[in-house]
Ligand binder design. Sequence first.
Ligand SMILES: [Zn+2]
Length: 227
Amino acid sequence: MDDTALLDLWEAGSNCQGLDRALLLLRGTGAARPDEDLSALPIGERDVRLLRERMRRFGTHCEATVDCPVCGERLAFPLDLDALSASLVPAARDVVVACSSGSYRLPNSQDIAAALGQPRPRLALALRCRLHGDTPIDEAALDELDTAMAATDPAALVDIALACQACGVAFTASFDIAGTFWSDVSRQARQVLDEVHLLASAYGWSEHEVLAVPQARRRHYLRRLAG
Ligand SMILES: [Zn+2]
């Protein structure tokens, strides 16, 4: 992905969020075939692919942040994405999850987007993914389904055990791979835009002309400008 493609991806991603942005990251970084229906991927497979693509582009180290749920302190913690990736094996796409309320397929991005628009998203998601069964789905059945789904496709929800350095409370936080990947893309895009600004201002080049300068030469010009 060259810098022009990076800026195009950043601009498109700035105009969407959540599920759409996760799929855009896979498509925009070239991690998916053009004809592939990414919205039909189970969430675990989608997120493992995002994780691998993030490592390929930005390396295996990640500084994640989370707010303590008790005192609100912003905590930063390092994550070894290589080790995390090795521990995550996405479930097969056609796996069936058996529960007392019926059998279910794994949810994908289409299912989640549709369920989020309903008054009771958890129930809507369960009904949408139920393959067999017609009994009512109560809260206990939803809890059972969540547990079974997490056991079947653990890559779909990655919980990290943490302890707050300020108040000492232990808690778990979900690792948001799409959000992390997007932060990396945004940071790099802003860096490129800053370079364009400096070089365009100094030499009178257009954005297109600056982006056409190979990175090694661009760095040299920037060092000259910095004195
Ligand atoms: Zn705390």
